[in-house]
Write a protein that binds this ligand. Sequence first.
Ligand code: GAL
Length: 376
Amino acid sequence: MFPKKPPMGFNTWNTFAENISDEMIRATADAMVEKGLLAAGYEYLVIDDCWSERQRDKITDKIIPDAKKFPNGMKAVSDYVHSKGLKFGMYSCAGVRTCADYPGSFGHEYLDAETFAEYGADFLKYDYCYKPKDADGPLLYRRMSMALRSCGRDIMLSACNWGCDDVHKWIRSTGAGMYRSTGDINDSFVSFRDIFLSQLDNYVYSAPGCFNDIDMLTVGMRNRGNVAASGCTDEEYRTEFALWCMFSAPLMLGCDVRNIDDVTLRLVTNPLMLRVNQDEEARPPFFALREHNDLCNVYVKVMSNNELAVLFTNFTEDDGRSMWMPLENIGIPVTAGKGLHLTDVYTGEDLGVHKEYLRFSVPAHGTRMFIAKIEG
Ligand code: GAL
């Protein structure tokens, strides 16, 4: 499976962890359709860790779904998810146990890939806990990739080794469609800021076919569920979503979409932000301004149809900080006589043509984001 655009969907881990069930997955599938999330592009519904019994089946050696959580088996859940027009994602681990201590796929890769194909899975998140010490990480991801490629079903491999072993350098070669590059996110500004900043040098490796996954979104969690921490303000959630969009990161929702609030729903279905995330050229942004240790930056992403996306970030406590960026930094000198015709992606407002420089005041922990055309 070769994803041309950053994959979009929902994953159970951030909110639910082990509190997953047949009923909860079906209700989530319903919500993804009814609330317009599928129509906006959120197509994968991924069940993360804690879905299986604690031990493999003694006779078949297969991983088996937890009979209490999934009394109808996994194929029935997958059929329901598919009946809604969604794609179905499962989870396993390259080690002998998963991170939450359920059976991992080490040494069972081909059997498990077949099992996931029997379930009708379209996506496999593949974690890294309990890896035998002398096992080679890249080899284990190759092994599951080959197992998936021979299981008779198109299943995208979503690697999750948290950025170990310089994963960005070799993961594309395994055949994975996306790869986690950082440790786990929690629902706080500091968490998503640091995750984002840790990858500033690595976004150039993210491109169609294999995208840098900076973790499931906490947007709209409102400090409830498994990765609750200090919580975020609306401004901060918008910052998080803007960063993920600008850097072509997979957009995997982590909030409880059954109860998603209106502010969050509007944010994650914002058509202009999604246009930036899903742009077919999927180019990494360049730095148009770098200040205060990367706390106050301007990023510019070249997009298809001669559009640009422009993102101002202010990660400081200085509210309303005035940020100034000469168009010269983008490659538009004053002598060119050209300016940027800006649309504010948050309000949809046409801000007209700006020549010579952009100057905006940016809220603390906030952003300004624009789609621009070069005119003049
Ligand atoms: C972590 C992973 C999380 C989640 C968790 C499940 O290693 O980064 O996203 O999958 O395991 O136990």
